[in-house]
Design a protein around this ligand. Structure first.
Ligand code: VTB
Length: 313
């Protein structure tokens, strides 16, 4: 079974409308309202689709999130069964400050094919397609960089690594500097950061570091369509985190997830630009119409494209 191509347009509509909903709140330094606008819009649009959709990654658990909570059923309940992961506003800081890189993101798989990621951090590594054993989350930074350089027939100083600029990454960043690897230090938005390895035009060879677990799973769906390499491992700090993950079905808390254990089968990924960034441009409004750009992948058809739309508001 695969996901019918017709659903691409439907999910692009969902993320482009959510991006539009947030557009009006850009630069107001109000992360909560900007996120809420995207969530409300996304839920409204998802419910119009002829599907049995279930949120597996959303705004949190039912007691914490009034909508798009994990387990929530969406759609007309007539149609195929999907697992749905959403990040209605990825980069809430970007939106609140009207900075580049805010996105509205959704990933959809056939039922039971998407990893349910708890709201915790994830250690991640992503590159373009490499031979087995070249890159591994368990290797040192040095080993990954020298292996990648050898694989790409380059020197370490000809490689670029993308990583979130956080104190927790001090050691990785120091090592990369010592090896003369070029850095692309991002302040937020590690879905986009990870996706930069999907095409040479972005000039990023490797993505490293610890960011949100849900964001890791969302990025993995698109990276799977590009046949990229991705591994992730959740990081649980408190016993409460661990219990919650256990209840969600994660038995081995230290497990290193390979891409095919995060997403299997067919999938659709859509990320619409709220503000312009590395992947796509942001929403533009002209009279009664809005223009949107959406980064889209559909695994089974091999479709990978930026869908540009002019829609009536
Ligand atoms: C991460 C990253 C996201 O927020 O979740 C980050 O994956 C939070 O990490 O893309 P910190 O606690 O270190 O800020 C984002 O950057 C979304 O803004």
């Amino acid at each position: 079974m695969s996901i019918d191509k017709k659903f691409i347009d439907e999910f692009v509509r969902v993320t482009s409308r959510a991006a539009l909903a947030t557009y009006h709140l850009l630069g107001l330094e109000d992360k909560i309202s900007a996120d809420k606008a995207a969530v409300d819009s996304m839920r409204h649009e998802l419910n119009k689709i002829n599907m049995n959709g279930q949120i597996v990654i959303g705004e949190g658990e039912i007691d914490k999130a009034p909508m798009l909570f994990i387990g929530e059923m969406l759609g007309s309940m007539k149609g195929p069964e999907f697992d749905i992961a959403v990040d209605p506003l990825e980069g809430t800081n970007f939106a609140a400050k009207n900075l580049p890189g805010a996105l509205s993101v959704i990933a959809v798989s056939e039922k039971s094919n998407l990893l349910k990621a708890p709201e915790t951090y994830m250690e991640k590594i992503a590159t373009s397609q490499v031979d087995k054993g070249v890159i591994d989350l368990d290797y040192s930074v040095e080993k990954n960089i020298s292996n990648l350089a050898e694989f790409k027939n380059k020197l370490p100083n000809q490689l670029t690594a993308c990583i979130m600029d956080r104190p927790r990454h001090k050691n990785i960043i120091e090592t990369l500097k010592k090896m003369n690897v070029k850095l692309k230090l991002i302040t937020d938005g590690d879905i986009s950061g990870a996706l930069l390895v999907s095409n040479e035009k972005y000039k990023v060879d490797i993505f490293f570091g610890i960011g949100g677990g849900p964001e890791g799973v969302l990025a993995a769906v698109a990276l799977d369509a590009f046949n990229c390499h991705f591994q992730g491992r959740f990081i649980f700090k408190t016993s409460e985190d661990k219990n919650r993950a256990f209840k969600m079905g994660i038995k081995d808390l230290d497990k290193k997830y390979e891409l095919n254990e995060i997403i299997s089968g067919d999938s659709i990924f859509c990320a619409t630009g709220v503000t312009s960034g590395d992947l796509v441009n942001g929403i533009k409004i002209n009279k009664n119409k809005f223009y949107s750009e959406t980064f889209v992948t559909h695994k089974s058809s091999g479709s990978k494209q930026i869908i540009k739309l002019n829609q009536i508001i």
